[in-house]
Design a protein around this ligand. Sequence first.
Ligand code: SF4
Length: 348
Amino acid sequence: MITRTPIAVHCEEVEPEAPVSDTPLGDWQRQLRDVIRDPAALCRHLGLDVEWSSGARRGHDLFPVRVPLAYLSRIRRGDPNDPLLRQVLPLGAEGDAVRGFVDDPLEERDHTPKPGLIHKYPGRALLIASPTCAINCRYCFRRHFPYADNAPSMREWERTLDYLREDDSIREAILSGGDPLASPDRRLAALVERLEAIPHLKRLRIHTRLPVVIPDRVDDALLEWLGSTRLQKVMVLHINHAQEIDEAVVAACARLKAAGVTLLNQSVLLRGINDDVDTLAALSERLFEAGILPYYLHVLDPVSGAAHFDVPDDEARDLVDALRQRLAGFLMPRLVREVPGERSKTPL
Ligand code: SF4
């Protein structure tokens, strides 16, 4: 049995603000704009004490709070240990230096041949299609990424895309970020139009958390450009806990599948959030119900500020062995680590 570490901030039940469910959310762009950006506001919305320890503010100053209201509505009120809250709530421990935890754990800055392009693995290249996210996950391995140096204009994209045009071993373009779907559809459609004009490209992969945290992002405009490209479409979602998948997420996934998108999920194994067999089994079951295949379970990338989420390798292997006793093979995610310099993910 894994012991859950209690959250290290002072949060007692107080009178909540108006329930989020009573507030009209508006379209996805408005929801993206109207995210919660302050730890005290986050606490107030959830009926938690706003008498913050200096630690919460310290973590927020290093990597700001960002929580969409649609995601907030799935967090249990009055529970400081809620597994969704823990993904977005800053802790003072984020400011502690921990040996082995660094700003660029995957050494991506060494694999950026053009602004906005990361080429680490053979056959595929990753485009930083948006410098922002809808949500700021406290364990994010790109929490220190220099997005300002990797946000090409549409004109600069042309030079970056030349890299793809000139390398016919690249079969797959991966849109990442930030969250690529935080970009407007017009910009994404223009980018994908250029990608599909490169004859050797076969697949378009999109790494995104937006259909999960703001399901309204999956609207007609998105489905129009996504559904009409000649490229095979794969969307890799990022969901760590079954509680993140509400009916709005299920409906968004159904629309994506109807547009010909293959849906996969990658999770991160996180201390205090999903580090027990029951939670991981429930996640796989719920993913499959929503039409999403469990793909990867990543051990934490050692990014500075996230050491308190770490689960040791031996414990991770034991968890996955126990999970295998519970689930059909197609519900089993692959336990992997990303090792800088390796040509693929490394199975544990
Ligand atoms: S959505 Fe993805 S890229 Fe954005 S903060 Fe979360 S983990 Fe990082």
